[in-house]
Structures are given as structure tokens and as C-alpha cells.
Design a protein around this ligand. Structure first.
Ligand SMILES: CC(C)(COP(=O)(O)OP(=O)(O)OC[C@H]1O[C@@H](n2cnc3c(N)ncnc32)[C@H](O)[C@@H]1OP(=O)(O)O)[C@@H](O)C(=O)NCCC(=O)NCCS
Length: 181
């Protein structure tokens, strides 16, 4: 499966994938989040998947913090991930995640956090973060959705609260909002 690092000319196709995969207003928000993460975090890891010369999938990993007892630790958030609707269920999303994790492992990133469905993310190594000594950054994240993968640089003292970068807060892309709240 052809995977490669995102390049400048991929920006519009990447925006379009997120708009279509997430849909509606949320799709627009996610597309804006990607642009902001790229601007705010020069170390962000961004991969695309190509089929017949067309970008059909995208994943982004960006720098966040773990507020561990000993010190703040640079960790990473996996968000967002999307595959164009007509290309879903072919292993593209999983391949993008695995490629990204490989890159982060090589860079010495110890931990990658995400919010998502454990039935999907357990296939690529993620597990319940709460059970590994981590605290959620918001009460609006359901316990089951808060997940982590520990990479080679992880050490057992690295516990504590996961803290999103400011970019996620500014775009209100943390947890789920209660429409009736
Ligand atoms: C989630 C997403 C990236 C998966 O991409 P994909 O390329 O279809 O994923 P893969 O082919 O690697 O895996 C697909 C499998 O995961 C399962 N799966 C996909 N999304 C799932 C979910 N939310 N919960 C549980 N299982 C899920 C599918 O049932 C599928 O299994 P099947 O192929 O046996 O039917 C894609 O569905 C998407 O873009 N969705 C909209 C955006 C989104 O929700 N992003 C994730 C936000 S956390």
C-alpha cells in the first residue's frame, strides 16, 4: 500500500478527505484542526495514502504533554485519522497508523494517546489508558475512548495526566459535547 509523508501539494486533498469522512460541520472543524496543527507543531508527523495517484487517507500525530510526577514528558496525540468513504474497509486506516507509530518509535516518542473506538484501535496495539496509570484531560472523554500505546522509549515512571496541546482546545476538539447540557 503506497504510504508517504504528506507534502505541501497534499493540503487541499487532505482537507477534502476529512470533510467527507467526518461530514457536516464537524468535517470542516477537523479540516481546520489539521491546518492549525501543521502550523503550530513543526514536529507533527503526517502521512498520506495514495491510490491511483489520488490521496485517499491521512493521519496526523502531534506533540502533547504528559504531566508525570517526575517531569513533563513530550508525548503524541493521534488525531485526526480519516479515509475517503469509497476507500474504507481496505486496511488503509490501519496501515497509516502502523506507519506513523513506526516513525514515532524511531524518534523516541514514548507514548501515543487518542480518543476513539477500542474495537478499531485495539487492532493496532492501543489499550485502555486508564488501566495503565494515565488520567484523561477532560471529563467529557468516556473512559472506554481514552487509549494509549506504549512505544520502546516508555518507562514505568511515565504516568499522570495527558495534556492536549493548545491547538486542540482552541478548535474544541477534545472529548464530546453534551448537546442537551
Ligand atoms: C475510522 C477509519 C479511519 C477507518 O479507516 P479504514 O481504512 O476503513 O480502516 P481499516 O480498513 O484499517 O479497518 C476497517 C475495519 O475497522 C472497523 N472499523 C472502522 N471504524 C470503526 C469504528 N469506529 N469502530 C469499530 N470498528 C471500526 C470496520 O468494521 C472495518 O472492519 P471490516 O473491514 O472487517 O469491515 C474510517 O472509517 C474513517 O475515516 N471514518 C470517518 C472518520 C473517523 O471516524 N475517524 C476516526 C476518528 S477517532
Amino acid at each position: 500500500m503506497p504510504l508517504r509523508k504528506e507534502q505541501a501539494h497534499d493540503r487541499e486533498p487532505v482537507r477534502s478527505i476529512h470533510r467527507r469522512a467526518f461530514g457536516g460541520e464537524h468535517g470542516d472543524t477537523v479540516a481546520e484542526l489539521v491546518d492549525a496543527l501543521r502550523r503550530d507543531d513543526p514536529t507533527a508527523v503526517s502521512f498520506v495514502s495514495e491510490e491511483t495517484d489520488e490521496v485517499v487517507g491521512h493521519v496526523m500525530f502531534s506533540r502533547c504533554l504528559l504531566d508525570a510526577p517526575r517531569r513533563l514528558v513530550d508525548v503524541t496525540s493521534l488525531s485526526p485519522l480519516a479515509v475517503a468513504p469509497e476507500w474504507q474497509h481496505r486496511g488503509i486506516g490501519s496501515a497509516l497508523i502502523r506507519r506513523g507509530l513506526q516513525e514515532l518509535d524511531e524518534r523516541g516518542v514514548p507514548l501515543v494517546f487518542l480518543e476513539g473506538d477500542p474495537r478499531y484501535y485495539s487492532r493496532v496495539g492501543f489499550g485502555p489508558a486508564g488501566e495503565h496509570g494515565f488520567r484523561k484531560p477532560s471529563l467529557r472523554i468516556p473512559d472506554w475512548a481514552f487509549q494509549v500505546v506504549r512505544l520502546s522509549a516508555y518507562e514505568p515512571w511515565m504516568t499522570g495526566t495527558f495534556v492536549y496541546s493548545d491547538t486542540f482546545w482552541r478548535h474544541d476538539c477534545v472529548g464530546v459535547r453534551d448537546e442537551d447540557g
